[in-house]
Write a protein that binds this ligand. Sequence first.
Ligand SMILES: Nc1ncnc2c1ncn2[C@@H]1O[C@H](COP(=O)(O)OP(=O)(O)OP(=O)(O)O)[C@@H](O)[C@H]1O
Length: 460
Amino acid sequence: MSQAVTMEKMVAFCKRRGFVYQSSEIYGGLRSSYDYGPLGVEMKRNIKEEWWRSTVHMRDDVVGLDAAIIMHPKVWEASGHTATFNDMLVESRTSKRRYRADHLIEDATGIDAEGLSPEELTKIIQEDDRVKDPVDGGRDFAPVRPFNLMFETYMGPVKSDENLAYLRPETAQGIFVNFKNVTQTSRVKVPFGIAQQGKSFRNEITPGNFIFRTREFEQMEMEFFVEPGTDEEWHEYWIEERWNWYLNLGIREENLRRYEHPKEKLSHYSKRTVDIEYNYPFAGWSELEGVANRTDYDLKQHAEHSGENLEYIDQTTNNRYYPYVIEPAVGPDRIMLAFLMDAYTEEEVNGEERTVLKLHPRIAPTKAAVFPLSKKQPVSTIARELYDDLKGDYRLFYDDSGSIGRRYRRQDEAGTPFCVTVDFDTIEDKQVTIRDRDTLKQERIPIKAVRDRLKDLISG
Ligand SMILES: Nc1ncnc2c1ncn2[C@@H]1O[C@H](COP(=O)(O)OP(=O)(O)OP(=O)(O)O)[C@@H](O)[C@H]1O
């Protein structure tokens, strides 16, 4: 079953089937950078599309935004990133390797070290001899120091401090700095949200676990602006919404849980944060998504640093206030890994082993495959016509090579939920067979009914 799939197996599978490749592989690969292949790019687009559809299109109270990756450096001063977006770095003097101090301690001792100060971390590392350099077992570490995770770059031809800029470490700030623009140019009224998807960059000290933690990744964030005093209720609402999103897309509930951040470890802007965690086989329970109550922190900070009044004016009561913000924030790369892990299944069917990705049809890279039983006419012509007719609706795959059994197995591995076969009887009865990936059941329906039937099946 999927629980048993190891990371090694998943990485090999993703490469073999064209989901994910190591970046720059022909040059030996770039650590922690990955490229999405033909199936992977379709799957990731589907994840982003599903999020956008449910978060923006299906709602009357959320609008979208696409802000630039490189923003004014003052944004990051105001948000607190320049001063506090740090991880705790420790260097082993023997191997010269660098580690995240909290992770090093947690892995060796089980002590929860997240959020501790450099001094506290240094003390534990020096005093607890269970903490060793994983590479050479050494215990000679330099003092722990904060390391800022923002990627630096320079705007224009001169590499000077004045031209220093950053690649955004989160998409959220692009939303906050556009709060006034959006309220003035669209007819939103509190409570409402602004959603954004796009690349973020963090110079993680120890990236790893495949696409779980990389230095360049995508985020999908939505800032939901509410009246102060209603924030706690809205927070609960969004935790519930996001939880159900995963369930509706087929994630097994036993692999999800909520994690309440302890008060003393909350980020500087947060009143309360609840993570939705997934039980990744390689790492155990880990953050999939965070749902934070960011209060009015960001808007007030930007108002102070920019000199702009960013208050919201309620047109009916003429009340002015800084809204509180509820933020569900997640990365599609991390979601994709959870979906893949959850869906990967090795099972026996009629005495034969098969590998199948039991992905929800909305997430599956290819929605359906069309197979002519024979390459000869008119079977192949009928199949081709059906394929051409449907391919504008969604990603479809045409396959006329190899035995039908082999073609099914290829699609099972790719997670394709439906296979439509045109056979010799089709010539007479104008009907085709649709085979279901999971139940293996086959139904015979008129060619004319295929479009509507697939539409029903895919929307699940
Ligand atoms: N380096 C990364 N690679 C891939 N996805 C990421 C990365 N960092 C964050 N994300 C995604 O963005 C979401 C929101 O970011 P957030 O700042 O809350 O993460 P975080 O708490 O720093 O994550 P972690 O504790 O795992 O580093 C995360 O829940 C995750 O899905």
